[in-house]
Design a protein. Structure first.
Length: 385
């Protein structure tokens, strides 16, 4: 791993000696942020598992083609089989050799927990769906505070848990390791390249890599879709595997953050969120937990800022769902289309919330049970106003 001490300076020994032990170090601030994020995630997951939304979203009457089911089954099996290998290689093996938890071991768990943010791109409007033929238990989105887009038990965002949970752990970590390798090669090819230049090279690499993996493999094989993608900014527009170009840029931003965290370390091999670790008091467990929470906080913020925030803008400017998606019930997740009396998201329609009125297939306004439309309050008029 390349170590650029010029990017992150160590705290001088003399300075550290006079620093009061009560002073809060950067790693502690990051750890507090990570602890708060993890607590919120666990509470939402708990409410989801114990609540009414922990149910399967069925595939509906459409049956995926045999090639799609075969590839998805094989791919899921391979992803699941790789999880124990990843745990052994990145956590168990280094521990047995060095009696320590490496940065990659921390990243393995942190990236796995990023799985929580995967469905949040649909916060305001559903513009991405998963194939509900795969095993699922819906998702936790309706338990997220302030969630807007429509969903109900059995009709909502459906996460393929067996694939995505392990895929986010060692899968994202492997992509991060590969990205760091690309950065090292770029540095060797252009020795005078700046850190910003390296990050630019990485984003370009990630864009191409994401295009190949998502746009040309995962999506054609039927894992997920972007029905609300802006078609003028997409390849294969109008098909169930249309891939928006900005997806590659958003994920490129996430990978730039993760790779920078791993690549730019100081002379101790510490990431920028671990600064001040030498001042931490307490035993091994406390120090490693603090270190993990700090790394997890950075990973979570990279995902949220670089991906989920811009995703909301694109969700609010989504195009009509292609017919190629609407005719396949295993891609509509039961939230719209035939048999639901709800039209799929469209620029001509208002955004549907949990308790908002909606326009049905006949063009009629439907008011949910228990919901009352607001009234127009007349202005005050006359001399006594």
């Amino acid at each position: 791993m390349n170590k650029t001490s010029s990017a992150f300076h160590e705290i001088p020994i003399a300075s550290a000696a006079v620093t009061p032990r009560s002073a809060v170090s950067p790693i502690q601030i990051w750890a507090i942020i990570g602890g708060l994020i993890l607590t919120v995630q666990c509470l939402i997951w708990f409410n989801w598992i114990t609540g009414p939304y922990f149910v399967r979203v069925p595939p509906g009457p459409s049956d995926p083609p045999l090639y799609m089911k075969t590839i998805l089954t094989i791919w899921t099996t391979v992803i699941l089989a790789g999880l124990p290998v990843g745990i052994y290689y990145f956590i168990v093996r280094p521990w047995r050799r060095e009696r320590r938890i490496t940065t990659d071991g921390m990243l393995l768990v942190a990236c796995g927990l990023l799985f929580f943010q995967d469905p949040l791109l649909n916060y305001f409007n559903t513009w991405s769906t998963y194939n509900t033929w795969m095993w699922n238990r819906g998702s936790w989105v309706q338990n997220v505070p302030g969630w807007i887009s429509y969903g109900e038990p059995g009709r909502m965002m459906a996460e393929p848990l067996l694939m995505n949970a392990p895929g986010y752990s060692y899968g994202v970590l492997l992509c991060t390791i590969l990205g760091c390798w690309v950065m090292r090669k770029a540095k060797a090819r252009w020795p005078n390249i700046s850190n910003i230049g390296l990050i630019g090279v990485l984003i370009l690499w990630t864009f191409v890599f994401d295009l190949v993996i998502e746009g040309l493999f995962l999506m054609p094989m039927g894992l997920f879709t972007y029905p609300g993608a802006i078609q003028s900014l997409s390849i294969n527009a109008g098909t169930y595997y249309q891939w928006p170009l900005y997806e590659g840029l958003m994920w490129g931003g996430v990978q730039a953050g993760l790779c920078s965290l791993r690549y730019f370390t100081d002379d101790r091999g510490q990431t920028f969120v671990e600064r001040g670790m030498e001042r931490l008091q307490g035993g091994f467990i406390k120090q490693q937990l603090t270190r993990f929470l700090a790394i997890f906080a950075a990973c979570s913020l990279f995902f949220f800022i670089c991906y989920n925030l811009p995703a909301q803008w694109f969700a609010l400017h989504a195009d009509p769902w292609p017919e190629d998606i609407q005719k396949r019930s295993y891609f509509t997740m039961g939230i719209c289309g035939e048999g639901t009396e709800r039209l799929c998201p469209h620029p001509a329609l208002p955004f549907e919330g949990k308790n908002s009125a909606y326009i049905d297939a006949n063009g009629e306004v439907v008011i949910p049970e228990g919901v009352t439309l607001p009234k127009i309050i007349p202005f005050e008029r006359g001399a006594n106003q």
